[in-house]
Design a protein around this ligand. Sequence first.
Ligand SMILES: N[C@@H](CCC(=O)N[C@@H](CS)C(=O)NCC(=O)O)C(=O)O
Length: 215
Amino acid sequence: MITFFNGIGACSIGIHVLLEEAGADFENRIIDLANREQFSPDYRAANPKGKVPAILREDGSLVTEFPAIALWIGHTYPEARMLPADFEGQLRVIEIMDYMVSSIHMRGFTFIFAPMKFHPDDPSAQEALRAHGRDQVKIGLDNLSETLGDKDWLLGDFTVAEGALFYMTRWCHQHGIEMPDNIRDHHQRMIARPAVQRALRADGLATPEKSGLAA
Ligand SMILES: N[C@@H](CCC(=O)N[C@@H](CS)C(=O)NCC(=O)O)C(=O)O
């Protein structure tokens, strides 16, 4: 069985959703980020990067980084049809996931949620960084909105990239960050899916406040 290293409320909910969509057999191992378990010797031995998500595969090897894990899930569970068969289709899935993780998450949400990491002693610099993060999230969501258009899913068919958008729309929902209408609709379509509901329930996120899903 694979071990999924997950953090409650973290970006790893996107991978949790994909594992459920894939019908994977996995252990949901919660790393207590609030109490800094990611820095514990045990977790550092398993994942020296000290981040979630991560997946320990049955052969004992570890996969980290959201786009890589998502690609592995799409490839390993082909019956779930979450990865296009052709190279061009896969290229577009990686392209959009990397944009979400590297630009919108790392250069946007990180600054909104944790400006104190960058300016520990300067509240006004923290506020400026938070505002910059909000601008970056808005630009990112507007670009995704353009890509999504009036389709149900980002690239047409449902792909592993939906998991990356979902972790961000859940953050927007929980923290009252405005979303373009079609991105909000994408979130609603996601929480209507049984696999997404299973992941949210398992992580204690199935509440109107945390995800828009009734407990
Ligand atoms: N580049 C990583 C980012 C993962 C990441 O930043 N995870 C956060 C949770 S959303 C984390 O583990 N934070 C704990 C920490 O930084 O101490 C990926 O794509 O998976």
